[in-house]
Design a protein around this ligand. Structure first.
Ligand SMILES: *Cc1c(COP(=O)(O)O)cnc(C)c1O
Length: 385
């Protein structure tokens, strides 16, 4: 069986986890800050706050920016539901910006038009959450410039994009955003089992998120209302959550980070080979902009002609019969039943909707051998023949 994605766990990863299990700390020990320091250094951001999932990271990032009832958050419809759900958790409204037809990421000119219309109607969003689909950074310089001129905060959902670069700098440095989120779910580029992180250059946001991940509790003397206190004294000053990452997860994360560049290199080599070998088939291949180095979390293709309209399920089945699993990233968020109940409907974001009808994610992961890739190429040629 060749899945569309797969985690990569080395003996060193296993050893790192066992070492924590034999130590004094399973959680709130030394591994989490070590993982956070490494992430900050790798990305060139001042702060990293690790949490138990990217979903939690998105939730806390929104809360830290003060998102609440009466506010609106915008994201792309071509994403995992978590990029939109975070706004709803805060009691805010969600809306979407359609995608660009070549990068399949949030379209900067759609964003600009929507901002102008929203300004006229007094409905500007508080936050925009661009998502770096498949590991390709969005056009962050443009998105950030527009967001700034309309007073909108930016959170990058870089769940697909750790190890990628934009304009020569690592995704996650937050040069063009207030915060950047990574996911460490096993299907992503590096894993902690479950886990996520918020990257930021703002000490204020970092402190706030640190507090919110652990119930809103502080032990910082400057923040305590009671000044002459015993060493065990703590106070809850916000309504937070238990969103902490364990030391078991963080130790796995540290060990995985050491392999990140080699994972991304292998992914990029497999992607280059696909781009070469699939060029003659009736498919549209991913286009990476010149200023971007993709981390290639997934390899989506778009079927053309009759395959796009009627025969995608048949292609999926032919591949499955050849023991090759494909997937779709993504069916547009606004068309899920829950979002339809909020009032969204077909036709609102036509570019993302067309993508949802004709796209297919084919297998790509570092431990995929050249032979396995050749099998996928052969099976696709056969299914599309
Ligand atoms: C995986 C993913 C998430 C959620 O990540 P978790 O760590 O599983 O919570 C959010 N956004 C995008 C784009 C993702 O791919």
């Amino acid at each position: 069986m060749i899945p569309y994605g797969r985690h990569n766990i080395s003996d060193a990863d296993v050893e790192a986890v066992i070492e924590v299990l034999r130590s004094d700390w399973l959680t709130q020990g030394p591994a989490v800050p070590k993982f956070e320091d490494l992430l900050a250094i790798y990305c060139g951001a001042r702060h990293a706050v690790a949490v138990n999932s990217a979903t939690s990271a998105l939730h806390l990032a929104c809360l830290a920016l003060g998102v609440g009832p009466g506010d609106t958050v915008w994201t792309t419809p071509n994403t995992f539901v978590a990029s939109a759900n975070c706004a709803l958790y805060c009691g805010a409204k969600i809306d979407f910006v359609d995608i660009d037809s070549t990068t399949w990421n949030m379209c900067p000119s759609e964003f600009e038009q929507k901002l102008r219309a929203a300004e006229r109607d007094g409905l500007l969003p508080k936050v925009v959450i661009p998502v770096h689909l498949a590991g390709q950074s969005c056009e962050m310089e443009k998105i950030h410039r527009l967001a700034q001129s309309f007073g909108v905060y930016v959170i990058e959902d870089a769940s697909h994009a750790i190890g990628g670069k934009y304009q020569g700098q690592p995704v996650g440095d937050c040069r063009f955003s207030d915060m950047t989120i990574f996911s460490f779910h096993p299907v992503k580029i590096v894993t902690t089992g479950e886990g996520g992180v918020v990257m930021t250059n703002s000490k204020e946001l970092s402190d706030k998120i640190r507090r919110l991940r652990t119930h809103g509790i502080t032990r910082d003397k400057k923040e305590l209302s009671e000044k002459t206190v015993s060493p065990w004294h703590y106070e809850q000053i916000d309504l937070g959550f238990n969103y902490r990452m364990t030391d078991i997860s963080a130790a796995l994360g540290v060990s995985q980070l050491l392999q990140l560049d080699s994972f991304v290199l292998r992914r990029a080599m497999l992607a280059a080979k696909y781009s070469d070998q699939l060029a003659s088939l009736p498919v549209t291949l991913p286009q990476v902009r010149p200023e971007v180095l993709s981390s290639w979390h997934i390899y989506p293709i778009r079927l053309r002609g009759k395959y796009a309209t009627r025969l995608r399920d048949k292609v999926f089945n032919v591949l499955r019969d050849a023991s090759i699993t494909t997937s779709l990233h993504y069916s547009p968020v606004h068309l899920h039943p829950y979002y339809r109940r909020l009032g969204f409907s077909e036709g609102q974001f036509p570019v993302a909707e067309q993508y949802g009808r004709d796209a297919m994610t084919i297998p790509l992961y570092p431990s995929m051998s050249d032979d396995m890739q050749a099998e996928v190429v052969r099976a696709l040629a056969c299914a599309l023949g």
